[in-house]
Design a protein around this ligand. Structure first.
Ligand SMILES: Nc1nc2c(ncn2[C@@H]2O[C@H](COP(=O)(O)OP(=O)(O)OP(=O)(O)O)[C@@H](O)[C@H]2O)c(=O)[nH]1
Ligand SMILES: [Mg+2]
Length: 302
């Protein structure tokens, strides 16, 4: 996907933090992966997949972009929700350029108003980005949205097909401040592989479990061993659920469900680490993991 990056030379080196913001399911994580040229963030059809701020570094010849994927902004309650919203707010505060992602198949929604007003009040550059441009747009989903006609530039992109990505890179680069690279040119993220592996387990959980259940699950990687054999990574992870009844659903009849979660996650982790993976999953009941801020942070959802 390296061809997505623009080849035109800018006069001075530019670097900065670019936050991807929006409502749940807007397509933030998929676009984040496309902008990075690599899958780092998990993507599922369910809203509220992303629970934490994820840094992804893209180093180009004339610029370094520090992308931040964020949890979708939404109303809710509980400590996990609060921590997700804190992660998004911190990204709003910390970025040099903000991208307000709007699902172009849904168009402008009332909740976008508050976010747009906040971005405008911060006085830093921001762009409106319509996602899922490859999908048909119902008539009511007007693009560009009327609400931003007098505002910042609005671009339509598709993370799936790659359409509009070059133009998006160019638009971001014009707003990125001049400055030296902030990270090493070989760095991709600040998260350890063990956290990313745990997220890929959670992605499989989100895809394979229905309704509310994925939201009750956290993944804790308690062993990540790449030292025993050079061609194999051994990972042991706990799937934390909040109730005993949830444990039996996640395990499934004769262990069938947890086995297929494991198979999907193992394939994805093998792609990430470019090695064979031995993945050992355990399901544990931990009633209050989502109620304690320190526990949520220890799980990496910050
Ligand atoms: N066709 C199409 N689908 C897309 C595109 N971008 C995202 N999607 C789909 O939209 C759904 C949500 O994508 P995500 O990237 O997980 O959305 P998100 O904004 O990160 O969602 P949260 O993390 O839950 O806030 C997934 O099913 C994606 O496959 C796109 O460009 N084209
Ligand atoms: Mg996401």
């Amino acid at each position: 996907m390296a061809r997505d990056a623009p080849v035109g030379a800018a006069a001075a080196y530019r670097s900065g933090v670019v936050a991807l913001l929006g409502l749940p399911n807007a397509g933030k994580s998929m676009l984040f992966n496309r902008l990075l040229g690599q899958k780092l963030a998990i993507v599922t059809p369910k809203p509220q997949t992303t629970r934490s701020r994820l840094l992804g570094i893209r180093t180009l010849e004339h610029a370094q972009l520090l992308f931040l994927d964020t949890p979708g902004l939404h109303e809710g309650k509980g400590e996990l929700h609060a921590s997700m919203q804190r992660a998004s707010s911190a990204a709003v505060e910390d970025c040099d350029v903000a991208l307000l992602l709007i699902d172009s198949t849904r168009g402008w929604e009332p909740a976008h108003g508050a976010l747009a007003a906040r971005l405008a009040s911060l006085g830093r550059p921001w762009l409106v980005v319509g996602t899922k441009g490859d999908l048909p747009r119902p008539k009511r989903a007007v693009w560009p949205p009327r609400e931003v006609r007098d505002g910042p530039p609005a671009l339509l992109v598709s993370a799936r097909s790659g359409a509009g990505i070059r133009a998006l890179f160019s638009a971001i680069l014009t707003h990125l401040p001049p400055g030296p690279p902030l990270r090493g040119s070989d760095e991709l993220t600040d998260r350890p592989l063990r956290f990313l592996a745990g997220e890929l387990v959670r992605e499989a959980v989100f895809e394979q479990l229905r309704e509310e259940l994925p939201y009750a699950v956290a993944v804790e990687v308690d062993e990540y061993d790449e030292t025993t054999r050079s061609d194999l990574v051994r990972i042991r992870a706990n799937l934390l659920v909040r109730r005993r009844s949830q444990k039996s659903i996640v395990v499934g009849a004769g262990g069938e469900r947890i086995r297929s979660i494991g198979i999907q996650a193992r394939h994805e982790i093998e792609r990430l680490v470019e090695r064979k993976v031995h993945l050992d999953l355990w399901v544990k009941v931990e009633e209050d993991w989502a109620e304690q801020r320190r526990r949520i942070e220890a799980l990496g959802y910050v």
